[in-house]
Design a protein around this ligand. Structure first.
Ligand code: GLA
Ligand code: ZN
Length: 651
């Protein structure tokens, strides 16, 4: 079933408003509402006294209107009485400051008592609604790890970290050797001497910082697993266990793949613009978030919060133009979303999210946003079958959270942004309108024709073997800068770079280009195609061994070094892009690589996104215009922020 609907908070409003709300929600074309994820106090006003009567009557009314219900476990927002009685549940920030009640997500994932209280409310909730057929899915907490809640420096976390390290290294000498703790005399006699990476003078040991990120990720995943296990034990078999991941995934110390593997369905909160942003993130960046979310389980996903109006807590920004938020919904469906709920039915008049617009505003009137959502629901439900088909990509952008956290500890260039470096390569594929998987490097990737590993500085022997095998059998591999310089412990290697043979180059030196430097490149082949290429952020100075040079550095001192190389390896080809290559040049390089692989591409005007979906004999093109002007594709004219679904078989 294609769940279409809204996030609905009846508890925010007078009870008498519910009928009228539900009438209009159904008239919108919705068949599902999500409720409850912030309502712990309403269910347990005092410790141990559970009362679900409010939601009993709410769900009865929703059922009367034929609505399905997605119910959120309410552990993101614990009651004040809980914080007052058990202040140890409160997390501690990087300044060592205990967070206070107010806001949300201020609990510590390693708090014993918080886990106990969470498990009690979740058990009570699931037990109470065990036989409620209207509930089609249970959402675990809400955006775990978001808004800075991935970090906590409380005593429980300190002890937990030291235990984590003891279990990993067993012998303190092994840890000392792995950390290179001899440096700056940091040798430990015991695990209980090891600090959390709180503020210090200069910087902490890179391996300790990586271990801390791994521990944070484990803390969140362990907390989530506690809830998932309870829900799985008590839920009805056909109900889905889901969790809604937030955007900006790489900014947190939290690898979402493990949690995703424990869910029935991955859900996503899609906000192309939020807070004070003066314009949305780029169309390619929005697309990349969908391909990342789909990649978590390599399955189509749900969106349980789709933006339909300006959003922000203390500051807001860009207002989506007419049809633009609807276009973002089409884009999400085209890239693997199978169920979509808008955040939220009506904007709230009180509390921290007065400026998070809903479909309805405070005037409670049917408006343009309502009409946009209705038009979208009426249209998209006709494509349920094609939208339930899998997306089979032939190219993949690979990431690795250890590698991400290595960069988080040492960004090496003031201009370095991990997501931007993935996006630089991703956009080269995106502009060709092909399917792209964005997946964890631990997943299987030998089915692809092309893989890209942007800024993959951590490469171990096992990964090298996989990469060689992939290239041997004809795969195309694209590395960008700093590739292979570190081992899995976040340390540099003494000796040759592990990738020299595969890439056919030797790294002779490097330069961080910082925020303002960029260098020109020169080439005999690509110049004509694009009229010049530059590099920013970083540059690796490469000495080719078996590789051919595609670009050299066009400068006085280093023009003997290559900037971009192409190396035949087995039946495959390995590209090394030694810096932040300008987007036009990146796009041209990737277009050339795709041409050599024969992957079917769809050329379109900049800002016109075309996604191909197949269903049986039918081939559909989802066309989204991300621009303010008319764009044409085939013989179709697509208006500003308009979306179009065409069935090629019917042309
Ligand atoms: C996030 C949260 C929601 C709400 C919205 C506001 O996605 O999940 O509870 O705070 O942001 O935009
Ligand atoms: Zn803590």
């Amino acid at each position: 079933m294609m769940y279409l609907g809204v996030d609905y908070y009846p508890e925010h409003w007078d009870l008498e408003m519910m009928e009228h709300d539900l009438e209009r929600i159904v008239a919108l074309g919705a068949n599902t509402v999500r409720i409850g994820e912030f309502a712990w106090h309403l269910m347990e006003a005092t410790e141990g006294r559970y009362d679900f009567s409010y939601f009993d009557q709410a769900i009865q009314k929703m059922k009367a209107y034929g609505l399905n219900v997605i119910f959120g476990t309410p552990t993101t927002t614990f009651p004040a009485w809980l914080a007052k009685k058990y202040p140890e549940i409160l997390s501690v920030d990087a300044e060592g400051q205990k967070r206070v009640f107010g806001g949300r997500r201020q609990y510590c994932y390693n708090s014993e008592i918080y886990s106990v209280k969470s498990s009690q409310i979740v058990t009570a909730l699931l037990t109470h609604y065990q036989s409620e057929p209207a509930i089609v899915a249970w959402q675990i907490d809400n955006e775990l790890g978001h808004e800075g809640s991935d970090q906590c420096y409380c005593e429980s976390c300190h002890k937990g970290f030291q235990t984590f390290l003891k279990e990993k290294y067993v012998d303190i000498e092994v840890l000392n050797r792995t950390y290179g703790a001899i440096f700056w005399g940091q040798t430990y006699n015991d695990f209980d001497e090891i600090p959390m990476p709180l503020k210090t003078i200069t910087t902490h040991n890179p391996t300790l910082q990586l271990d801390w990120a791994r521990f944070r990720s484990k803390s969140i995943n362990d907390y989530a697993k506690m809830q998932i296990d309870i829900v799985n034990k008590l839920k009805r078999p056909q109900q889905n266990v889901i969790h809604n991941f937030f955007g900006g995934f790489f900014e947190r110390a939290y690898d979402q793949n493990l949690l995703a593997s424990r869910l029935d369905r991955v859900a996503y909160d899609n906000y192309p613009v939020w807070g004070g942003l003066e314009k949305p993130i780029s169309p390619a960046n929005i697309a990349m978030t969908h391909d990342y979310i789909r990649g978590l389980k390599r399955e189509n996903f749900w969106i349980v919060e789709e933006l339909m109006g300006a959003q922000g807590h203390t500051v807001i920004g860009y207002l989506p133009r007419p049809n633009q938020a609807k276009m973002w919904s089409y884009q999400a469906m085209a890239r693997g979303c199978e169920a979509l709920l808008y955040f939220r039915w009506r904007g709230m008049t009180h509390g921290a999210e007065q400026f998070c617009q809903g479909i309805l505003d405070q005037d409670d009137q049917i408006n343009e946003k309502y009409r946009e959502v209705k038009a979208f629901f009426d249209d998209i439900k006709r494509y349920e079958v094609v939208l339930s088909t899998p997306i089979l990509a032939e190219v993949a952008v690979l990431y690795d959270y250890d590698n991400r956290w290595s960069w988080q500890a040492q960004s090496q260039s003031h201009a370095f942004d991990f997501t931007n470096e993935l996006l630089r390569v991703y956009e080269g594929f995106y502009t060709q309108n092909i399917h792209i998987d964005v997946i964890d490097i631990k997943k299987s990737w030998d089915q692809y024709k092309v893989i890209a590993l942007p800024v993959m500085q951590i490469v171990d022997d096992a990964l090298l073997m996989r990469l060689k095998a992939f290239a041997e059998k004809g795969g195309q591999v694209i590395f960008s800068f700093r590739s292979g310089i570190k081992n899995r412990d976040n340390n540099l290697r003494l000796g040759e770079n592990i990738l020299n043979e595969l890439c056919g180059v030797k790294l002779k030196n490097y330069e961080s280009l910082g925020l303002n430097n960029q260098v020109k490149l020169k080439t005999s082949t690509h110049e004509a195609a694009i009229g010049g290429a530059t590099m920013s952020v970083w540059r690796d100075l490469l000495e080719p061994t078996t590789a051919e040079v595609i670009y050299r550095y066009d400068d006085l001192f280093f023009d003997q070094y290559a900037a971009i190389t192409k190396n035949s390896f087995g039946d495959g080809t390995v590209y090394y892009v030694g810096g932040g290559l300008s987007q036009v040049a990146t796009n041209a390089l990737i277009e050339q690589i795709l041409k050599e692989t024969g992957i079917l591409t769809h050329k379109s005007a900049k800002g016109l996104e075309v996604v191909r979906r197949n269903s049986g004999e039918d081939t559909y093109l989802f066309i989204m215009n991300h621009t303010e002007s008319n764009q044409s594709y085939l013989e179709h004219t697509v208006g500003p922020y308009e979306s179009r679904i065409i069935n090629l078989a019917k042309i």
